[in-house]
Design a protein around this ligand. Sequence first.
Ligand SMILES: [Fe+2]
Length: 284
Amino acid sequence: MSTLVNIRTRPLMPGFGAEILGVDLATADEETLKGVVDTFHRHGAIMLRDQKMSPGQLVDFISNFGEPEDHTLKEFTVPGHPKVYTLSNRVVDGKPIGAHNDGVGWHTDYSYKAEPVMATMLYAVEVPPEGSDTLVADCVAAWNALPPEKQAELDGKILHHSYQYFMSTREYGARELSDELKAQNPDVYHPLVRTHPADGRKALWPSTGTVIEVMGMPKQEGLDLVEEMVEFATQDRFVYRHKWRKGDIMMWDNRCTLHTGTLYDDTKYIREMHRLWVRGDKPY
Ligand SMILES: [Fe+2]
């Protein structure tokens, strides 16, 4: 790898994630942006405070990581910016501008797709003073903390994921799918233990919501195992909890993490985030 510019960082938590200091993404030069991308691939998550980014600048920035991914539901993308999705409880002219209470429950984004998104980025446009935290679990640390016998038991297991099941059962906004959405989102099969293509590190990679079975196991036994592994990977010792400030950008690597959001008092506060995704590849 070529020599990279010196990016100042501090860990988000010991051994995981990096806060990048002293970089203004809207004006950063190409070398600095390369350093930011490299920091992301090595640390599992990055966070930068005090950014000021228009939707167009967010798309430009995320394009340094790969191709921006489309969003399954189109109604909450920012007008004129189909790659930028709004998470919000804000209502304008009687219409919600974003998805509300999405992403509560430990998961990895697009787990129901053959090629789940590699990275998720959130940009805080407006945030409540309390609640709406984002939690990211370091699934490499979780894998490494398992005893070898357990690792041997889990390695090679395949999970069956279903978007249809997910959308019919989720706590907020359960819905029946149109035939078009069904056709666009057939069931997929992913490993429970995922290998990171950058350096071969392994991550425990279960998810909640979309898994309907572990292949080769009785249904309930398989689901119990997935739940046990989610619980294991999301213990406090593996989890970074982000308290948002306006202007924060956070990105995590979905190949080696799980994440969840926490609720907030939506009768009192407005939350508005922009979410972007980077296209991923087939997990192995
Ligand atoms: Fe998510």
